[in-house]
Design a protein around this ligand. Structure first.
Ligand SMILES: Nc1ncnc2c1ncn2[C@@H]1O[C@H](COP(=O)(O)OP(=O)(O)O)[C@@H](O)[C@H]1O
Ligand SMILES: [Mg+2]
Length: 367
């Protein structure tokens, strides 16, 4: 799957805005092109506008401005049931008075499909989610995870090309959620469908998606594949939202070529890689991932910037250790390192010298 370019995606949001009250825009200027067969996740905190975007794509909300296209066609005025989109929501209730089989047959009946075809499709969809044996049960006789599988089967039963999922696993416990993530991913791969998935759970987004659109405050902050979001965040919001992050406040002292010199709040000068910072004197947050921080001299990368640190505590996490330190005015500077044999001990109160490569220190703009 290659990410689409320009405006020729399977799903296109073209300068889409949404206001519920005619005043505040909860979706500000959405431009997003999703490729056929892509698994795209909208990730962001609560209230950032993800569900609103999905509802406009599904047709349950209208865009205040802009155009939404599906397979090259403007669908702004197409009613939901004529868009051919499958949907799964966290609380997408199954009809309680119908059996599982009847719940699945319903979207086919609405589409005017004959009984024999319906039977075949229902069985096929139930087999996809390994729920064939439960066809005659009612929803109340199923566990939460099983109900969610049926909701998934119901979204797939009419062979939609596009499936929307809004926090579909939010109500499930951790183990079942992780299991269902694999199942949804497998279905996506096997069926070749396009999925637009909404979650506020970054782990879920990172494991499932081809690309992730990080939302905040009605805007996409960054659109990129998972590894790029983590390794190369575009701004301080994305750096803080995806994964664990150290953020040292400072001011840009010098900018030349691909390098920035940053004066930290404590007065110390450090080298960093500038990302979307443009001016000397500009405020910045220098972002350094905890696993890029070293303290063992033999592990220190060539050209590393080193700095004093005071250990506050060390947490044992099995395969890794996580040290919290005081560094350059920050009380919560985190370093993660592998739990190797003959581990150097770190004790609370101990003063050490830590370091990182300037390439791993990203001077980000504040958003
Ligand atoms: N039906 C609605 N009427 C009025 N405001 C709404 C409605 N739905 C959502 N909002 C508001 O729009 C903003 C975005 O909400 P939503 O799209 O649900 O965000 P998310 O799914 O990212 O949590 C929030 O401020 C929310 O309060
Ligand atoms: Mg939501």
């Amino acid at each position: 799957m290659t990410p689409p370019s320009g405006n020729d995606g399977f799903v296109v949001f073209d300068h889409v805005q949404k206001s519920y009250d005619g005043q505040t825009l909860v979706v500000k200027d959405l431009n997003l092109s999703i490729g056929q067969g892509e698994f795209l996740t909208m990730l962001g905190p609560s209230g950032s506008g993800k569900t609103t975007c999905l509802m406009m794509l599904a047709g349950f909300e209208t865009a205040t401005n802009g155009e939404i296209r599906l397979d090259g066609r403007n669908i702004n005025d197409v009613p939901p049931h004529k868009r051919g989109i499958g949907m799964v929501f966290q609380n997408y209730a199954l009809f309680p008075h119908m059996t599982v089989g009847e719940n699945l047959a319903f979207p086919l009946e609405v589409r005017g499909m004959g009984k024999a075809d319906r039977e075949t499709r229902v069985m096929r969809a139930l087999d996809m989610v390994q729920m064939g044996r439960f066809k005659s049960r009612r929803p109340a006789q199923l566990s939460g995870g099983q109900q969610q599988r049926i909701a998934l089967a119901r979204a797939l039963v009419f062979d939609p090309k596009l499936v929307l999922m809004d926090e579909p696993l939010g109500a499930l416990d951790k183990q079942l959620r992780e299991h269902m993530q694999y199942e949804i991913k497998a279905l996506h791969n096997n069926l070749g469908i396009t999925v637009v998935y909404v979650t506020h759970d970054q782990g879920e987004a990172l494991t499932m998606s081809d690309r992730i659109a990080v939302f905040n405050d009605g805007r996409i902050q960054q659109l990129a594949p998972p590894s790029q979001l983590y390794e190369k965040p575009d701004n301080s919001f994305v750096a803080g939202f995806i994964g664990e992050n150290n953020a040292l406040p400072g001011v840009i002292e010098r900018l030349d070529g691909g390098k920035a010199l940053v004066r930290l709040a404590t007065g110390e000068l450090i080298d960093a890689t500038p990302v979307n910072v443009r001016e000397v004197g500009q405020q910045t947050l220098v972002s350094i991932r905890p696993e890029r921080v070293e303290f063992k001299p033999e592990m220190m990368p060539a050209g590393a910037h080193t700095i004093d640190a005071e250990v506050r505590d060390v947490i044992y996490m099995g395969d890794i250790l996580r040290a919290r330190m005081k560094v350059a005015g920050s009380d919560d500077f985190v370093m993660k390192f592998r739990n190797t044999l003959g581990q150097t001990r770190l004790d609370p109160g101990q003063h050490i010298r830590i370091g990182w490569h300037p390439q791993d220190a990203r001077a980000l703009d504040l958003v």
